[in-house]
Design a protein around this ligand. Structure first.
Ligand SMILES: Cc1cc2nc3c(=O)[nH]c(=O)nc-3n(C[C@H](O)[C@H](O)[C@H](O)COP(=O)(O)O)c2cc1C
Length: 221
């Protein structure tokens, strides 16, 4: 698969087939992604790949924390406290597309909550990836991580696999570190679902829009 095709076809997948993905496949994807660039070649990524009972245990704890009303304390602030345009409108449209695809009405709080909780199970994908990096690193490492994550998603695409990057999996970093016996000095960046797409699931049947190049680019000569 060429890079442009992979870039255009990648999308967030939120329903997966009950079809195994081997460790060998995941190693191949990681082996490709490790070629991502990083400032001073620091390669800040540290990946935990969770499957089977280990994944189920963490998912159950995350779901319980959320359903019990426990407030997560993420290791960093992903979003602004106050939304503003044009980001607010894009964010709203993103949620509306998801709920429309699932025929979830605005007032149907229960189904909205259940859909959110599906995040903690990595949408029932066979694998959940968790991405850590050293707390002492600085803001630049977030850029490095972004490049690594996109590389990983494109490599998955080439392998015939689907992904969904998940900030939701980084909401309770203390719980995750506790469950996986990970040192406090490791910051949790985000997680990712990985598996084979269920192409028949309505939740996978929409595409999110993008601004045209002219909307975000200025040529100066
Ligand atoms: C770092 C990151 C975190 C994300 N976290 C979540 C998440 O927790 N749950 C979710 O359903 N989608 C999550 N997304 C997916 C975005 O909603 C999605 O990328 C965006 O709407 C564009 O759609 P596309 O990925 O299908 O092109 C995340 C995306 C990124 C890049």
């Amino acid at each position: 698969m060429d890079v442009i095709t992979a870039l255009r076809n990648r999308k967030s997948v939120r329903a997966y087939l009950d079809k195994p993905v081997t460790r060998r496949q995941i190693e191949r994807i990681l082996d490709a992604a490790r070629h991502a660039p990083s400032g001073a070649n620091t390669q800040p990524w540290r990946v935990i790949v969770l499957g089977g009972a280990a994944k189920d245990r963490l998912a159950a704890r995350l779901e319980a924390a959320f359903r019990n009303g426990q407030r997560g304390k993420p290791d960093y602030r992903y979003y602004p406290d106050e939304w503003f345009e044009p980001y607010q409108a894009r964010r709203r449209a993103c949620g509306q597309q998801l709920y429309a695809a699932l025929h979830i009405e605005r007032q149907d709080r229960q189904r909205r909550v259940d859909q959110w909780v599906a995040n903690y199970h990595a949408f029932d994908a066979p694998w959940m990836l968790l991405f850590f990096f050293d707390r002492k690193l600085a803001v630049g490492s977030y850029m490095d991580y972004g490049m690594f994550l996109q590389s990983l998603m494109l490599a998955a695409q080439a392998e015939g696999l689907a992904t969904c990057p998940q900030a939701a999996l980084a909401e309770y970093p203390d719980l995750v570190r506790d469950e996986l016996d990970i040192m406090e000095d490791q910051r949790l960046a985000c997680g990712m679902a990985l598996g084979y797409e269920d192409p028949d699931a309505p939740v996978n049947r929409y595409r999110t829009p993008r601004e045209a190049v002219t909307g975000f680019t200025t040529f100066v000569e």
